[in-house]
Design a protein around this ligand. Structure first.
Ligand SMILES: Nc1nc2c(ncn2[C@@H]2O[C@H](COP(=O)(O)OP(=O)(O)OP(=O)(O)O)[C@@H](O)[C@H]2O)c(=O)[nH]1
Ligand SMILES: [Mg+2]
Length: 338
């Protein structure tokens, strides 16, 4: 086994940090390390925390860290910065807010900058979650702003998805991106000390009662997303143990409602691990991850093996000797016949 992997499994924080850096940059022996770590994963519970900017995700995450630390659990936090390609303002702010826990050896906080490459962020996040799982985290909290496609995918990667809403930001339910609403397992109506919390709870209750149809709850229409979602919905609705999203009210700044929220989150984990429907959903998530790795590996293999042919095909397309569609088909055929 790779020496670094051994240290990670032994619970060494610095080794985990180093492995995360290697995985993030995809350099060194990161794949060897990830392969070595994999048999030691599968224990951690991952909770994706998302919601509109400023809803209170970091403040709430900080409270959840405190909650789980009191139970003696090891906690890891992955904070995704959607705005700057380098760890800048937002993450710095998060670090400061979470600094109460910065010196606690049972807490590991890691920030991850958004990458330019499509799907790059999701994959890095998945790798880092595995490293933290092997390191011995009991709970892994992943904070993302619910804005881009990458963030939605990361949210979907988590076992349990917590969507944080806050009143006083307009029509809160409408403001949450549809793709995020669809994968919410628990809602926290945060800033419940402000006016409008009751209205936000009612809107969410209505939406849940209507089977997650935001359109009927009033307002905007939403684009239809991946078929996977439908498959998942079918699997879940046709089962007996239907999971209905729960709603908690929290005032994160004062720590109110956190224990109640934690009960709801744990109920979801119990559903996921204790029912056939939950097992089906877990398998679906593994399948999605597998597909992503396969796409990566296949395209790398093909692009590498066909490098010369691809260049020639580009020239041929440029001269209008062939169309790009047929050229792609021919390249696939050439790859297959190897
Ligand atoms: N009144 C009130 N303010 C809160 C509450 N929770 C968070 N805040 C405040 O809301 C602001 C934003 O909180 P954050 O935790 O940074 O929100 P966030 O969702 O992580 O923000 P981004 O990561 O920038 O998207 C801060 O000034 C918090 O102090 C709450 O329950 N009540
Ligand atoms: Mg934040």
């Amino acid at each position: 086994m790779h020496a670094l992997a051994e240290k990670v499994i032994a619970g060494d924080v610095r080794a985990a940090a180093r492995a995360c850096r290697l995985a993030d940059d995809r350099v060194g022996e990161y794949l060897t390390i990830l392969k070595d770590l994999f048999p030691h994963t599968g224990r951690a519970w991952t909770v994706g925390i998302t919601g509109n900017p400023g809803a209170g995700k970091s403040t709430l995450t900080d409270r959840l860290i405190g909650h789980y630390r009191k139970q003696g659990k090891r906690v890891a936090v992955v904070a995704i910065d959607p705005t700057s390609p380098y760890t800048g303002g937002a993450i710095l702010g998060d670090r400061i807010r979470m600094q109460d826990h910065a010196l606690d050896p049972g807490v590991f906080i890691r920030s991850l900058a958004t990458r330019g490459a499509l799907g790059g962020l999701t994959r890095s996040a998945a790798d880092i979650v595995r490293i933290l799982d092997a390191w011995g985290a009991d709970v892994i909290l992943i904070e993302t702003v619910g804005v881009g496609q990458d963030e939605i995918e990361i949210t979907r990667m988590a076992h349990t998805t917590l969507v944080v809403a806050a009143p006083g930001m307009g029509d809160e339910v409408q403001a949450i991106k549809a793709g995020i609403l669809e994968c919410a397992d628990v809602f926290a109506v945060n800033k419940a000390d402000r006016e409008g919390a009751d209205g936000a709870v009612r809107d969410l209750e209505l939406m849940i009662a209507l089977g997650g149809d935001v359109t009927r709850a009033g307002g905007h229409s939403r684009g239809h997303s991946a078929g996977v979602l439908d498959l998942e919905k079918q699997q879940i609705t046709h089962g007996t143990a239907l999971w209905l999203p729960k709603i908690a009210r929290t005032v994160s700044t004062r720590g109110q409602g956190i224990a109640e929220l934690a009960v709801m989150l744990e109920a979801h984990w119990a559903w996921l691990t204790g029912t056939p429907e939950g097992a089906a959903r877990r398998r679906l998530r593994l399948r999605e991850a597998m597909d992503a790795h396969l796409r990566d590996a296949l395209s790398q293999a093909a692009l590498g093996a066909l490098a010369g042919e691809i260049e020639r095909a580009v020239d041929a397309v440029d001269r209008r000797e062939i169309d790009p569609y047929s050229a792609a088909e021919q390249l696939v055929a050439a790859f297959r016949s190897r």
